[in-house]
Design a protein around this ligand. Sequence first.
Ligand SMILES: NC(=O)C1=CN([C@@H]2O[C@H](COP(=O)(O)OP(=O)(O)OC[C@H]3O[C@@H](n4cnc5c(N)ncnc54)[C@H](OP(=O)(O)O)[C@@H]3O)[C@@H](O)[C@H]2O)C=CC1
Ligand SMILES: N[C@@H](CC=O)C(=O)O
Length: 363
Amino acid sequence: MGRYDLALIGFGGVNRALAELISQRGERLADELGFALRVVAITDLRAGSLVDTDGIDLAPLLAAEPGELSFADLPGGSAETRNENVIREVAADIVVEATFTNPGDGEPALSHVRWALEAGKHVCTTNKGPVAVAGRELKELAERHGVSFEFEGSVLSGTPVLRTARRMFGGLEITGVQGIMNGTSNYVLGRLEEGVELPEAIAQAQELGYAEADPTADIEGHDVQLKAVILANEVLGADLRREDVVCEGISQITPRDAQDALGKGLRWKLVGSATRQADGTVTARVAPVALPAHHPLAGISGPGNAVSFHTDLLGTVTVSGPGAGRTETAYALLSDIIAIHQRHHAHDDTTPVRRALKEAPRG
Ligand SMILES: NC(=O)C1=CN([C@@H]2O[C@H](COP(=O)(O)OP(=O)(O)OC[C@H]3O[C@@H](n4cnc5c(N)ncnc54)[C@H](OP(=O)(O)O)[C@@H]3O)[C@@H](O)[C@H]2O)C=CC1
Ligand SMILES: N[C@@H](CC=O)C(=O)O
């Protein structure tokens, strides 16, 4: 049985949820997937850094209140974050980047990803900043070093949109994508429809773990701008930057507006889209739209998200599921680790499914 040693960069909602998954169902996952997972390093702005190359005991860390965690007094611990040292020097197979998304220059996460790839380590991340700012460069860097750069959770958290588009739509042309791509704003719009004021609705989304460290990014559409860039570049082969995406958020929508719309059979939604134009260029935008009830995106509620792919052979295909949430997003990281395993050990007959396929009688 193989094993992957992980370095977790950032120990907030998402990476804690990944640690919980590993801690609570590690054995089951190992049986199912054919490899084990072990955490050998954690860094966090507030808690500091912790390294144990024999495997960190996660239980006491997960038992502590997030705000009270401090690594300074633990063996292998330090009050300093020491990101560069940990990422470059600690013997980890996969660096899991889940610090805050910086919609501007993608830092410091962009540097974290670069350091890891340069050190020959696989990276998986839910952080939209590095992918939107420098996705192409980072994929090339990963290729040069013979490792993987995976970022499924950067769009629609655990709902597999990027991998679905890459793996399932071979042989057809995708002409555009349109979707609800932010859980917080969709949750907030739903609360406005119930008469809740914007600040209270945002506070609830923060409490539930949907919102960005600075929820302005969710409400003003900057988070969807990044996701539209990622989808345009990954799915439509564009080379867009955030500044190319026209953006308007939902901060001007009041509970009265949302309720009036509902009375007319309409629902306000924050819609992101990217479209291939007749001249081959790709344009993208983010804007609130009052959708009629029969629209495929109108029924998406709470932190749910959906992306519709417009294709030449299938018409419109819509993928919907959770767009935010700690555990849902941690699952995206697990799916990235599985993708890394499949890419680099596809020849191994280690998983039960592969063994069963190999041993099944033919004819
Ligand atoms: N939550 C969700 O539903 C989703 C989140 N994402 C993305 O995943 C990432 C993580 O999200 P989430 O866990 O919810 O966010 P949190 O804010 O809960 O966690 C981020 C953690 O990273 C720490 N951190 C910040 N800067 C650094 C640094 N330089 N070095 C080490 N640690 C650092 C923060 O410390 P401190 O608190 O002290 O600042 C915090 O503990 C974000 O980029 C987010 O955009 C993507 C999809 C969905
Ligand atoms: N804050 C984001 C988290 C996922 O990207 C959202 O609400 O969708």
